[in-house]
Structure formats: C-alpha cells, structure tokens
Write a protein that binds this ligand. Structure first.
Ligand code: RIB
Ligand code: CA
Length: 317
C-alpha cells in the first residue's frame, strides 16, 4: 500500500525536485500540496506548485495556499536565489487552474486531511513551518492523528545557510518552528547536516538533461539557475539536495543515521533561527525529536536519479 502523503512547500527549485521525486515514487500517494511563503511570496509558491503538477501531468491534485508571512515577525526581504519567479526564471504564463479554496486555507487542509485518515498520513514540510504551526493551533488532535512528520530544516552540527547559525526554513519563522518541534508528534529533522553532504554536480545536470521524462525535462530547465546561485553566493560548484532528501527519508529511512535528541529553537537576536541540539541533555526538559546526522548520499542520489529516469551508470565518473 502506498504511503499517503501531504507536502507543505515553498517552490523553489529544490522544492520542485522534491515534488517531482514524490510523484515519480509509486511507494507514495500524494494527497495534495500546501504552499507557504519562503523562497518567493505565497501567491507565487502556489502558482509554482500548479506548474510543477502540470509538468508531471497531475492536474487532479489540489494545491492549497497558506501563510503569507511568519507568525510573529515581518517577513525577511526576499532574494533571487531560486530566480525571480522561484522556478529558475522560467517566467511561465499563469497556470490554467487556480489554487483550491479550503476552509482555513492550507492549515485547515492539513488538519482535515490528516484527521480524515487517523494514523495514516505522512506530513512532509520543506519550507517555513508557519502552516504546520497554524494547523496545530487549529486542531489540537493533529499530533495524535498523524503517522509521521518529516521536515527539511535546521543546521545542528554544521554552519547555517542564511546566517552563520541558521538554516533558511527555520530562520524564516523561528516561532513556528518552536511550536512544531514541541508538538509531541513523531518528527524527524532532515537538515543541512545531511543535505549539504548530498550534492549534485554539473555532470549530474548534464546527465539529467539527456533524459526524456517530464520530470527530467522540467528539472533541466530550472536547475541551472540554482547551480549559478550556489556558485555566486556560496562559492560551490554543486547543488545540495535539500528538499528531495525529506522525500528520500519517507521512502527509505535506512538511507540516514538518526539520533534522538532535545532541541531548542532560538528566536532572539543574531542567533534567531538557530536550532540548538542538546544531545547531553544539559538544558532538559526540551522537546525531543529525531535528527538525521548521517546519510548514504550515493545511494540517495542513485535513487533520486533513477526516479527521474536516469539509467544506472549514465553519469560520467
Ligand atoms: O535551506 C534549504 C531550504 O531553504 C530548502 O527548503 C530550500 O527550498 C530553501 O529555500
Ligand atoms: Ca523549500
């Protein structure tokens, strides 16, 4: 039986790769997509999600738009890391359909969908955690009804990517992250500690560009801007596999090593958005979550590429 899945996302180039990865995985049954502000404003993340579903020929799946700003602070000024439109400057015309209207928007859709199938639905979030925090505020029974929660976010034992200590998804709404971590649901964090170890090279991009599947064709159009941003802003000639790693965890947790530990989210001052791990339990009581601390990146990328349609060995050594 495929795993029923909800994806909360802010597309975003790596979000697009994550969504296409999920759609190409028969082990997963995507029930819908909720979007949040983040890489671009929420109206644009919703439009982008619709475009990605169109590219995958899945116009049947609902896209529900959610939070346009963080819970308790002004939004951080936007960059162009993912292109002006969030999809590698494709500048696509408006999508053929509009986002679905749902009572309570994305938080309402998340709560209603999870509660309709108690114990079954996996919730994956790869953007700021505002929609999840609002879903928890709306439906206190949510933690007991979800199967598992997988989040791309945090930098516990490595540098941040938006400040020296903070990863972008947590940084964009630290108050929401604090609430989501404290909810007492089965939660796994797939953060920069593992996603920065799982990088695609220009050779991978070239290999993807030779594949004739809808997912590979779409990724070929958007990935060059992401690669250029990593070159420009991080001096790296590779792209980390952030959001697809959360999908990979849902598909096969054995790709990762996981440690359970207390975590604290800083919300003040220059370290706002930092997720502090407390493995020695010196500050307990703190919420305890599962944190991915290691990854078999070769196996993860092989799986991702296979799902895009790459034949084993089609990448140059
Ligand atoms: O830090 C990586 C995360 O922030 C990813 O979700 C990516 O989409 C980004 O903006
Ligand atoms: Ca994202």
């Amino acid at each position: 039986m495929p795993l029923p899945l909800l994806l909360d996302t802010d597309p975003g180039i790596d979000d697009a790769m994550a969504l296409l990865f999920a759609l190409a995985s028969p082990e997963l049954e995507l029930l819908g997509v909720t979007t949040v502000f983040g890489n671009v404003p929420v109206e644009q993340t919703a439009r982008n999600a619709l475009h990605i579903l169109d590219a995958a020929a899945r116009p049947d799946l609902p896209v529900v738009a959610g939070a346009s700003q963080p819970l308790a602070r002004p939004p951080w000024p936007r960059g162009k890391f993912h292109g002006v439109d969030g999809l590698g400057n494709l500048n696509l015309p408006p999508p053929a359909r509009s986002p679905a209207q749902w009572p309570g928007g994305a938080p309402g859709f998340i709560a209603d969908t999870v509660l309709a199938r108690p114990g079954e639905v996996t919730l994956i979030a790869v953007g700021p955690l505002t929609n999840l925090a609002q879903a928890l505020q709306r439906q206190p029974r949510l933690p007991g009804a979800v199967r598992q929660v997988v989040l791309m976010g945090g930098a516990m034992f490595c540098p941040g990517n938006i400040t020296p200590v903070a990863e972008a998804n947590i940084f964009h709404d630290p108050e929401a992250a604090r609430q989501v971590f404290a909810a007492g649901w089965p939660l796994t964090l797939v953060g920069l500690d593992v996603t920065m170890q799982t990088c695609q090279t220009p050779d991978d991009l070239e290999a993807i560009s030779r594949v004739d599947t809808p997912a590979a064709r779409f990724i070929t159009r958007i990935l060059p801007v992401y690669l250029e941003s990593y070159r420009t802003y991080h001096n790296m000639d590779v792209v980390p596999t952030h959001d697809p790693s959360a999908i990979a965890f849902a598909l096969d947790p054995s790709l990762f090593s996981v440690q359970r530990m207390p975590v604290y989210v800083e919300t003040e001052g220059r370290c706002a958005g930092q997720v502090v791990a407390d493995p020695r339990r010196q500050w307990s009581p703190l919420p305890e979550i599962d944190v991915c601390t290691g990854v078999d990146s070769r196996r993860l990328l092989a799986r991702f590429h296979a799902r895009l349609g790459l034949q084993a060995g089609s990448r140059r050594a």
